[in-house]
Ligand binder design. Structure first.
Ligand SMILES: Nc1nc2c(ncn2[C@@H]2O[C@H](COP(=O)(O)OP(=O)(O)OP(=O)(O)O)[C@@H](O)[C@H]2O)c(=O)[nH]1
Length: 425
C-alpha cells in the first residue's frame, strides 16, 4: 500500500511536507505530531505503511525514541532533523535508517519526498553484486536491500554473466575488480558487447591505491566507479543517481517509441524493427508472418459509450494483445489498428495463433466504469516475401479487408488461393 507516515511536531514544517507529498508523490500521507499519535497510527495501519519520515525531537519523545519505534516495526525510516550531529548521524545509520536529512529549507524536504519516491520504485529494480569477498558482498547487498532493491549476488565475473543470462531484467551491476575466473574490467568489457549503458548500469569498485582502475573501468564501459572503503552516503548517491539517469533515458525512449494512450510500441518503432527483421528473414529464407488487426465497429463503441470508454477499450485491447503475444512485437499502427510481427511463423501457424487470440479476446468482458462490454476484431496476415515490410503489410491489409468483407471477427491469411484460411468466430 502506498501510505507514508510523517512524524513532525512543527506546524510550519508539517505544512510544507504535506504540500510536497501532495505535489510530488502519489503517496497517501499519514501525519502525526507527537510520539503517541505516531504509535496510534502505526497500530492502526501497520501493514499499510510503506515508510516513515521522522523528526528526531518530539514533545513526548525528545531523544529520537520514535526512530527506535519505527525501526522496531520494520518500517523503512528516514530521519529529518534540524541539528546536524556527526556522532548521532553515524549511530542512527548503524541502527538501520535509510537516510539522515537536515532541515535546511525547501530543498531538503523535496529531497526527502524524492527519496521516498525513489525507494518505492526501487522495489521493482533488480541489482546484481559481483564480489568475491563474502564480507564486502554482504555489506553492499545489505545496503542495497535497505534501499529496497531486489538484490542478486555473484562470486566472480563468470557467475555474474550466468546470473544476468537467467535474470534478463537486472538493471544494475556493482562489480569489484579483483575476482577469480574473470576480473571486473573483463566482465564489463564482455557485457558491453550485449548491453548498452542505458540498459545495464555498471558501477566498478576497487581497493585503496588502485586509482588507475577507475579510468580503466570507465574506458571499458562502466557508467561509474567507487573506491573501497566508500562512504555509505556516497554509495547511496551514486547508486540512486545512476538508476535515476537510466530511468530518465528510458522515459525519453518510451516517449519516442511508444504510443501515449496505450503504452504499446508505435508505428515508427514497428517499422524500424520490422524492416531489419524482414531483411534478415529474407536473407535466411526463414518464415516471417505479419498481421494487421482492426477492432470491429469501433466507431459504434465511441458513439454508444463515449470517447473515454473507446480509449479504455483501446488500452484493454493493447494489453490483451501484448499479454497473449508476449514474444512478438505488437504495435499500435494508429486509431483502432494494430500490427504484429511474428518471425519464425508460417502463414498457417500465424493464422492458428491469431485465431486463438481472437477467440480469447472476444470472450473477455471489458469493464470500464459502469459499463461492461465485449469486442471483436478482424485480422489479415501475410507471409509473402515482398521487397519490403511495407509491401508485405499491404498484402496483410488486403487480407484484413477480406476479413471485414466476410463478416468480421475472423482471421484471413494471404492471397495464395488454395492455402487461404478463413477462421470464423
Ligand atoms: N476513443 C478513440 N477513438 C479513436 C481513436 N483513434 C481513432 N478512433 C476512432 O475509431 C473509429 C474508427 O471507425 P471506422 O474507421 O469507421 O471503423 P469501425 O467503426 O471500427 O468499423 P470497421 O473497421 O469497418 O469494423 C473512428 O470513429 C475514430 O474516431 C482513439 O485514440 N480513441
Amino acid at each position: 500500500m502506498k501510505k507514508i507516515l510523517i512524524i513532525e511536531d512543527s506546524n510550519t514544517v508539517m505544512k510544507v511536507l504535506r504540500y510536497f507529498v501532495n505535489l510530488e508523490s502519489d503517496f497517501i500521507g499519514l501525519y502525526a505530531q507527537s510520539y503517541s499519535e505516531a504509535i496510534e497510527i502505526v497500530e492502526r495501519e501497520s501493514e499499510q505503511i510503506f515508510a516513515a519520515l521522522v523528526d528526531l525531537h518530539l514533545p513526548d519523545a525528545e531523544d529520537g525514541e520514535v526512530v527506535d519505534y519505527t525501526l522496531s516495526k520494520k518500517i523503512p525510516t528516514i530521519v529529518l532533523t534540524s541539528s546536524f550531529d556527526e556522532e548521532r548521524r553515524k549511530h542512527l545509520f548503524s541502527k538501520g535508517i535509510i537516510d539522515y536529512v537536515t532541515k535546511e529549507g525547501q530543498f531538503s524536504y523535496r529531497y526527502a519526498i524524492g527519496l521516498l519516491n525513489r525507494i518505492w520504485r526501487n522495489q521493482q529494480v533488480k541489482v546484481l553484486v559481483a564480489e568475491d569477498s563474502t564480507t564486502s558482498r554482504r555489506y553492499i547487498s545489505d545496503l542495497l536491500r535497505l534501499y529496497l532493491f531486489q538484490v542478486y549476488t555473484a562470486v566472480d565475473g563468470q557467475d555474474a554473466i550466468d546470473i544476468l543470462m537467467q535474470q534478463n531484467d537486472i538493471k544494475m551491476l556493482i562489480t569489484d575488480y579483483h575476482m577469480p575466473n574473470m576480473d571486473g574490467v573483463t566482465l564489463v568489457r564482455n557485457l558491453r558487447n550485449k548491453y548498452e549503458k542505458s540498459d545495464l548500469v555498471i558501477i566498478g569498485l576497487s581497493g585503496q591505491g588502485e586509482e588507475a582502475l577507475s579510468a580503466k573501468f570507465i574506458k571499458n564501459g562502466a557508467n561509474d566507479f567507487l573506491h573501497k572503503p566508500f562512504n555509505r552516503e556516497e554509495f547511496q548517491c551514486r547508486v540512486m543517481h545512476n538508476i535515476e539517469a537510466m530511468e530518465h533515458l528510458e522515459q525519453a525512449r518510451n516517449v519516442a517509441n511508444r504510443d501515449f494512450l496505450t503504452g504499446a510500441y508505435n508505428r515508427r518503432y514497428f517499422f524500424t524493427n520490422a524492416s531489419c527483421v524482414h531483411k534478415q528473414a529474407k536473407t535466411e529464407s526463414s518464415p516471417l508472418a505479419v498481421a494487421v488487426l482492426d477492432i470491429d465497429f469501433f466507431k459504434k463503441i465511441n458513439d454508444n459509450y463515449g470517447h473515454d470508454v473507446g480509449d479504455g477499450v483501446l488500452k484493454f485491447f493493447s494489453k490483451a494483445l501484448n499479454d497473449a503475444l508476449e514474444r512478438f512485437l505488437v504495435a499500435r499502427a494508429g486509431g483502432e489498428e494494430f500490427f504484429v510481427l511474428m518471425p519464425g511463423l508460417s502463414n498457417q501457424q500465424a493464422c492458428t495463433l491469431m485465431d486463438k487470440v481472437r477467440e480469447l479476446i472476444s470472450k473477455s468482458p471489458i469493464e470500464i466504469g459502469q459499463n461492461t462490454l465485449t469486442i471483436s476484431f478482424s485480422t489479415g496476415i501475410s507471409n509473402l516475401y515482398m521487397d519490403s515490410i511495407d509491401a508485405q503489410l499491404k498484402v496483410a491489409d488486403q487480407a484484413l479487408y477480406r476479413a471485414k468483407e466476410s463478416g468480421r471477427n475472423c482471421v484471413v491469411g494471404d492471397v495464395i488461393e488454395h492455402e487461404e484460411m478463413v477462421a470464423d468466430g
